[in-house]
Design a protein around this ligand. Structure first.
Ligand SMILES: *Cc1c(COP(=O)(O)O)cnc(C)c1O
Length: 388
């Protein structure tokens, strides 16, 4: 296999060896069911309890406020449906933004089909939700506001504490945030953000795939939607993913321990990418906020280039990156996030996301900066799409 430069850490991250080590016992000899009474089962229970304590400490909440899930998608679904269906007696209005992850957007679509009313707040050119827009959208029957902490495609960090303050001032609505991208990169203490619910996923911070958690502050009325046994205090049934949960807690502890060091390194690599690309590629621009952005996240629009074609070129050079667009049934669909920033369709197709991780080096970044200009130039010469 050719040496690879992995620059898609917003899609997923490699498992940290320390995390694997923490998981191994529960994938091998410590295979007990945490609900069993004998000591093999009770050791699994202890592992989950300890993991819950660690995750709770990381977010600044009580252990009983942490519900383990199968990841970010489930956390978002659970928060939205759980609040909507349990609180429909108080109102049926939900507020979110146009740049949320599909896990939120498809869920509010489903709520809408089920008789809930949804307001989708627009963002400005840099991807920010305006607290004044939220203030105007809040109604007496608003039961939930769900705004992501940081966006996966453009890296913009939303002013969650301000949005929470506006919500509290004008309504009794609960506030949920999708913190899948922000966890481990910027401060996500729930007591500081002030949110009622927060979802996260382990695989975006060097943990295993298929596990995450939903933080739910006590007193929040939430309808469970996976029914069965009494797991997770009757809120989410199913035999616990013990190895995954142990891995999640380890990933979070490592992120906390190394945050300062990692963020400094990530920021310097990211800044080099942002500057280098703008320097070397004509008609390129940064998407998302220049300052209020995730430390590992660089995203661009290139005029007259299809992002998908660029990804294939990069892949041939062993560079893994991402573009927001997706090819569905042969036709390219631009990302809903880039469109929401106000770019026309043609322009939105030319997006590229480079997200660095703690294993990336200066040399990785220099390689991309060396190769990318030629690739963009070649694509522009080969298959020019109109520079709308
Ligand atoms: C990756 C991601 C999700 C989905 O998380 P999974 O664990 O992969 O289901 C949700 N929201 C955001 C912002 C993400 O980046």
């Amino acid at each position: 296999m050719m040496p690879m430069v992995y620059l898609d850490h917003s899609a997923t991250t490699p498992l940290d060896p320390e995390v694997l080590q923490a998981m191994m016992p529960y994938l091998t000899e410590e295979f007990g069911n945490a609900s069993s009474v004998y000591s093999l089962g009770q050791r699994a229970r202890q592992a989950i309890d300890q993991a819950r304590d660690e995750v709770a400490a990381f977010y600044g909440v009580e252990a009983r406020e942490v519900i383990f899930t199968s990841g970010g998608t489930e956390g978002d679904n659970f928060a939205l449906r759980g609040i909507a269906y349990r609180n429909a007696d108080r109102g049926r209005h939900v507020i979110t933004s146009t740049i949320e992850h599909d896990a939120v957007l498809r869920t509010v679509d489903a709520l809408e089909r089920d008789g809930f009313e949804v307001t989708r707040l627009r963002v400005d050119r840099l991807g920010l939700v305006d607290p004044d827009d939220l203030r105007r959208a809040l109604r007496p029957d608003t039961i939930l506001v769900s705004i992501m902490h940081a966006n996966n495609e453009i890296g913009t960090i939303e002013p969650i504490a301000d949005l929470v303050a506006v919500t509290r001032e004008h309504s009794d609505a609960y506030f949920h945030t999708d913190a899948v991208q922000s966890t481990g990169k910027i401060g996500t203490r729930v007591d500081e953000l002030g949110v009622d619910l927060l979802s996260m996923s382990a695989h975006k911070l060097h943990g295993p795939k298929g596990v995450g958690c939903l933080v739910v502050r006590s007193g929040v009325r939430l309808e469970p939607f996976i029914l069965g046994g009494g797991h997770e205090r009757n809120r989410r049934a199913g035999t616990e993913n013990v190895a995954g949960i142990a891995g999640l807690a380890k990933a979070v502890s490592i992120a906390q321990r190394d945050m300062e060091k990692n963020v400094a390194q990530l920021t310097s690599l990211r800044d080099r990418l942002l500057e280098g690309v703008l320097d070397r590629i004509p008609a390129a621009e940064i998407t998302g906020h220049p300052a209020k952005r995730l430390p590992h996240h660089a995203s661009f629009l290139f005029q007259a280039v299809e992002g998908e074609s660029l990804l294939l070129q990069l892949d041939m050079e062993g560079i893994a990156a991402s573009s927001g667009s997706a090819c569905t049934s042969g036709s390219l669909e631009p990302s809903h996030v880039i469109l929401a920033l106000g770019y026309p369709r043609e322009r939105a197709l030319g997006s590229l996301r480079l997200s660095v991780g703690k294993d990336n080096t200066q040399a990785d970044v220099e390689l991309v900066l060396e190769r990318l200009p030629d690739m963009v130039a070649r694509l522009r010469a080969m298959a020019p799409i109109s520079a709308a």
